[in-house]
Design a protein around this ligand. Structure first.
Ligand code: BTN
Length: 261
C-alpha cells in the first residue's frame, strides 16, 4: 500500500483527498485533528494507515493494527444538513458498506452485530468507530473509522478479545487484495450515504442483523445490564429487544455493548 497505489485504485470514486500514513497513532485522531483545525473542505477525505500505534475502539478499548495485515482507515464526511437522529447512523453506514463489499466482491455472508460490528461465521472481522467534531453547536464533520481484519496476523491474541474474532482471508479460504476490498467499501459508502435513515437503509441493516431470536445482554456504562431476545431494529435504528415478561423494549444506538448469552 502506498499513496500512488491508493490514488490509482480510488480514482473515479467519491474520495477527493487521500492522506496515507505508513505508520500513525490513529487515523480517527488524525481526521479529528484536521477537522478541529478547520478551514479547509475535508468532505470525503480518506485518512488511511498501514499500521496504527494507538488505534482506538468503541468504549475506550484499544484497536491493534499490525502492518500489512488489515485495513485501517477513516473517512471524513461533512454533511450539509444533519438531522440529530442521523448522527448515530454513520457507524451502521460503515457496517452496511463493508457487508455489501464482502457480499459483492467475495460472495461472503456477513452479518451485523448491532449496532455495527461486522461478523463472518459469527466472529468479528470489522469494527467501526464513528465520532463527531463540533465547534460550539455547529457540526464540523463526522469521522467514520473502519478497521477490517484481513490476514490472520490481524487477529488479536485470544486473551485480548472481548468477542471471538476472525479475518477475511480465513473466512474466504484465500488471500484477498486489501486495495480491492477498500475500493469496494468506499464505493458502497458512496451508494449508501444518500440513503442514511431511509427505510431501505434500515431494512438492509435489519436484514443482516446477527443474533436475531437469540438471548443477549446489553451493557451500558454506569447502568444495570439488560437481557432480552433480539427481535429487530426500529425505524430510528434502535434495537428491539423482547424481555422475559414478553414486553418489547428499545435500546438507543449509542454507547452500548451487546453480548450473546
Ligand atoms: C470497535 O470495534 O471497537 C471499533 C474499532 C474501530 C477501529 C478503527 S481502525 C481505523 C480507525 N482508527 C482508529 O483509531 N479506530 C478506527
Amino acid at each position: 500500500m502506498d499513496q500512488i497505489l491508493l490514488e490509482e485504485i480510488l480514482k473515479g470514486t467519491r474520495v477527493r483527498n487521500i492522506l496515507y500514513y505508513p505508520r500513525i497513532s490513529s487515523t480517527n485522531d488524525e481526521a479529528l485533528s484536521r477537522l478541529k483545525s478547520g478551514g479547509v473542505d475535508l468532505d470525503w477525505t480518506l485518512v488511511i494507515a498501514n499500521e496504527q500505534t494507538a488505534g482506538r475502539g468503541r468504549m475506550e478499548r484499544k484497536w491493534i493494527t499490525q502492518p500489512e495485515s488489515s485495513l485501517a482507515f477513516t473517512l471524513i464526511i461533512q454533511p450539509e444538513l444533519i438531522n440529530n437522529n442521523e448522527i448515530y447512523l454513520f457507524s451502521p453506514l460503515g457496517a452496511l458498506a463493508v457487508c455489501q463489499a464482502l457480499e459483492n466482491e467475495y460472495g461472503l455472508k456477513p452479518s451485523i452485530k448491532w449496532p455495527n460490528d461486522v461478523l463472518l461465521d459469527g466472529r468479528k472481522t470489522c469494527g467501526i468507530l464513528a465520532e463527531t467534531c463540533w465547534l460550539g453547536d455547529v457540526l464540523q464533520g463526522v469521522v467514520i473509522g473502519i478497521g477490517i481484519n484481513v490476514t490472520s496476523d490481524s487477529i488479536p491474541p485470544q486473551n485480548a478479545l472481548m468477542f471471538p474474532a476472525t479475518c477475511i482471508d480465513d473466512a474466504l479460504g484465500k488471500p484477498v487484495d486489501r486495495l480491492q476490498l477498500l475500493q469496494g467499501v468506499i464505493q458502497a459508502m458512496a451508494e449508501w450515504q444518500p440513503e442514511i435513515g431511509s427505510n431501505k437503509f434500515i431494512n438492509s441493516w435489519e436484514s443482516r442483523l446477527a443474533l436475531k431470536g437469540e438471548w443477549v445482554r446489553i451493557e451500558m456504562p454506569g447502568k444495570e445490564a439488560i437481557k432480552g431476545i433480539v427481535s429487530g431494529i426500529t425505524s430510528l435504528g434502535d434495537l428491539r429487544l423482547k424481555q422475559e415478561n414478553g414486553k418489547e423494549i428499545f435500546i438507543s444506538v449509542g454507547d452500548v455493548r451487546l453480548r450473546p448469552i
